[in-house]
Design a protein around this ligand. Structure first.
Ligand SMILES: C[S@@+](CC[C@H](N)C(=O)[O-])C[C@H]1O[C@@H](n2cnc3c(N)ncnc32)[C@H](O)[C@@H]1O
Ligand SMILES: *[C@@H]1O[C@H](CO)[C@@H](O)[C@H](O)[C@H]1NC(C)=O
Ligand SMILES: *[C@@H]1O[C@H](CO)[C@@H](O)[C@H](O)[C@H]1NC(C)=O
Ligand SMILES: *[C@@H]1O[C@H](CO)[C@@H](O)[C@H](O)[C@H]1NC(C)=O
Length: 255
């Protein structure tokens, strides 16, 4: 014990000596303190950036387990091409779904987000109930795309690479954002094919998880706002749309 205490006090004395000998001059001291403060600010900035990026990524998660883009598409096709299901979608389900979609589109017309003169696209329209609904409410110039065509309402097209020229549509609707393996391409294509001032309406699920055919999970509107980087967010509404709970409306910026 005694040795330790002595060693301790020796150390203290040595330290005092060093301190006395090397008193830091004022100017370098100021520079040093400024540098430390600057480094502190920089680290805060980085932490802030990282948390923002992190929570955005956390609010949009791509489901892993697809070995390739082709296997993802093949899986989608396996369901969409199923003859028994197609029979049900075009018979028993038809009227009910057309009437629910018509109510959505009527409501958008009342809010001046859609008009009879709009050139309209529905993305991932499957057998075309939503296109039939657009026509029923008076939007005659409307068409759908899906991996599987069903003319005349639905033409063949991949939403990751829409088969349309730039600035083609006044209005685009989709309730299949969750099926996009590459959400930035899904949104990039919408922004490319919309005219400036054109409106995009998405129905998404925020509070419940979608089915096993989905390729991503969305937990807030924020990732959409970041992806729609050529558009303004216009509205966010609660809806009851076949398991999808939120309607998000964007308008492409006027150049
Ligand atoms: C859940 S269904 C929705 C069908 C329709 N919108 C409805 O509400 O009845 C998803 C649809 O997205 C289509 N789909 C999936 N991946 C696609 C892609 N890359 N391009 C176009 N359509 C795709 C599927 O073929 C399927 O018809
Ligand atoms: C799609 O179905 C075919 C046969 O109907 C099967 O061979 C194939 O593995 C399925 N693909 C996927 C991705 O489920
Ligand atoms: C739009 O079309 C519908 C259905 O054809 C029609 O009832 C309605 O009057 C039209 N609205 C306008 C503003 O022209
Ligand atoms: C929008 O984001 C995409 C990538 O998702 C990027 O390539 C593009 O340059 C961005 N556009 C603008 C206007 O920021």
């Amino acid at each position: 014990m005694a040795t330790e205490v002595r060693a301790g006090s020796d150390g203290e004395q040595q330290l005092m000596l060093i301190y006395k000998k090397t008193t830091i001059p004022k100017l370098p001291m100021i520079i040093l303190v400024s540098l430390l403060f600057f480094l502190f600010l920089l680290s805060q900035f980085h932490i802030h950036r990282r948390t923002t990026a992190h929570s955005t990524a956390a609010d949009l998660r791509i489901r892993h387990g697809y070995t390739s883009y082709d296997s993802h598409i093949e899986r989608q096709l396996n369901k969409t091409l199923n003859p028994k299901l197609r029979k049900i979608w075009t018979t028993r389900d038809w009227d009910r779904k057309v009437s629910v979609f018509s109510a959505f589109f009527d409501s958008l017309k009342r809010r001046s987000l859609l008009s009879n003169h709009s050139k309209a696209l529905s993305i991932g329209a499957r057998v075309g109930q939503e296109v039939a609904a657009l026509k029923l409410v008076g939007v005659e110039d409307s068409v759908g795309i899906d991996l599987v065509p069903r003319p005349p309402l639905v033409v063949e097209g991949d939403f990751h690479a829409q088969p349309f020229d730039d600035e083609t549509f006044d209005f685009e609707f989709s309730n299949v954002f969750d099926h996009a393996l590459y959400p930035w391409k899904f949104v990039g294509e919408i922004q490319r094919t919309l005219k400036s001032g054109g409106v995009c309406v998405l129905h998404v699920a925020l509070s419940r998880r979608t089915d096993k055919y989905s390729a991503n999970d969305l937990y807030s509107v924020r990732p959409l706002v970041e992806l729609f980087n050529r558009s303004d967010l216009v509205e966010v509404n609660k809806v009851d749309g076949f398991g999808l709970d939120t309607e998000v409306v964007f308008r492409k910026k006027i150049k």
